[in-house]
Design a protein around this ligand. Structure first.
Ligand code: SAH
Length: 370
């Protein structure tokens, strides 16, 4: 029989499983809390670390259960302090997580899938294709590993977790939902400090809205209308904007939680004044905030980020219409840890000739927008 991974179990499940295990072994019920503390508070990586349990109890746990412990295949630190972990999972798959320090926060960006099936045309992960779902244990393992790293180096406590690494979290609800429970109940992350970022998986947004906790939602929008968005984000064809916006209304109604719109600014493609005006109209309906992300160039394309003066002009149009907007500064570019650059190297395929694929051509450099 396959051994169960204790790190994939929610706190209630873990307690039940451990209570039964220790009862069968004639051990006191206090062993449950003792074991749980090692897993959830001390980030133990193997049963051998549970040093206040007798050796025979550690051995017995290891016989019946596993502790999923991805190995850091590579750790890279950027000149700006950003730290990227490349995790090798049990079957050799690779996923990445990124620690992003700033004066007021320590944000951890984690992956929910190995690869991604969404194939957004500007995203490096989208190119590498889909490999497989992560388990809840593999998702929280990124948090545990990064927390150990941060503790050992006095970087402080992780203050925010964002599902903005590899993968589409709402296409892996089976693991992401228990991982949310775990991060919140077992690992001390307040729900408002956990953000699920989605490209617009409508049923997933509804399920997240139905949860009692105040998890935050970010929608990767990138275009203010169906026609343009369908060319950048293939999922738009399955869940068109009107449906996505309806799901966001449901999310807001369920708990008054602020929504973030993410918008990658690509030179000459989605960054005209008209796009900003349309975006303000759309975002203005919500208690929202727009995060403008200058496009991070990825290999195999000649798309460029919108230049800084026009990034600011775009943001000002939003602000003038009452929509708060910030321009996200690229972090960790030197170690390919910036937004959209995450891509495990062994799954790299030759870039698709996607400019032709989507029939999109940015305007020639230097020309004014429409
Ligand atoms: N699938 C989820 C989670 C991935 S989040 C989602 O799409 O929201 C990754 C964020 O980085 C998304 O907002 C994505 O659109 C953005 N991104 C992807 N490629 C990028 C690139 N090349 N430059 C800047 N941002 C990018």
């Amino acid at each position: 029989m396959e051994r169960a991974d204790l790190l994939s179990l929610t706190p209630d499940q873990l307690d039940a499983v451990l209570a039964e295990h220790f009862r069968l072994r004639g051990q006191g019920a206090y062993r449950v809390g003792q074991t749980r503390a090692w897993l959830h508070e001390r980030d133990a990586l193997s049963f051998d670390e549970l040093t206040d349990l007798p050796q025979r109890e550690r051995d017995a746990l290891a016989e019946v259960f596993t502790l999923c412990a991805p190995v850091p295949a590579r750790v890279e630190q950027s000149a700006d302090g950003t730290v990227k972990h490349l995790w090798r999972l049990g079957d050799g798959e690779l996923v990445e997580s990124v620690l992003i320090p700033s004066p007021e926060r320590l944000t951890l960006c984690i992956s929910s899938q190995a690869g991604c099936a969404m194939a957004c045309v500007f995203c490096a992960t989208g190119w590498s294709g889909y490999r497989r779902q992560l388990t809840a244990g593999e998702i929280v393992a990124q948090f545990r590993g990064a927390r150990r790293y941060a503790t050992e180096r006095d970087l402080g406590a992780i203050s925010n977790v964002v599902f903005m690494g590899m993968g589409e979290p709402l296409m892996n609800r089976k693991a992401v939902f228990p991982a949310l429970t775990l991060l919140n109940q077992a690992y001390g992350m307040g729900a408002r400090r956990i953000t699920v970022s989605t490209v617009g998986v409508v049923p997933g947004i509804a399920e997240l809205a139905a949860r009692p906790e105040q998890f935050r939602l970010a929608l990767s929008l990138h275009a203010p209308n169906h026609e343009l968005r369908a060319q950048l984000v293939p999922l738009e064809k399955k869940y068109p904007l009107p449906l996505v916006l309806e799901a966001l209304r449901g999310f807001e109604a369920a708990g008054g939680r602020r929504i973030t719109f993410e918008y990658v600014l690509i030179d000459g493609l989605n960054d005209a004044a008209q796009h900003a005006i349309e975006l303000a109209g759309l975002a203005g309906e919500f208690q929202s905030h727009v995060n403008l992300i200058p496009f991070n160039p990825i290999p195999g394309t000649d798309w460029r980020p919108t230049p800084p003066d026009r990034q600011r002009a775009f943001a000002e149009i939003l602000e003038a219409r009452g929509v708060p907007a910030t321009i996200r500064s690229p972090r960790g570019r030197d170690i390919a840890a910036a937004c959209g650059q995450l891509r495990a190297e062994h799954v790299t395929r030759p870039p698709r000739p996607y400019l032709n694929l989507v029939g999109l051509q940015p305007r020639p450099r230097g020309q004014a927008g429409p």
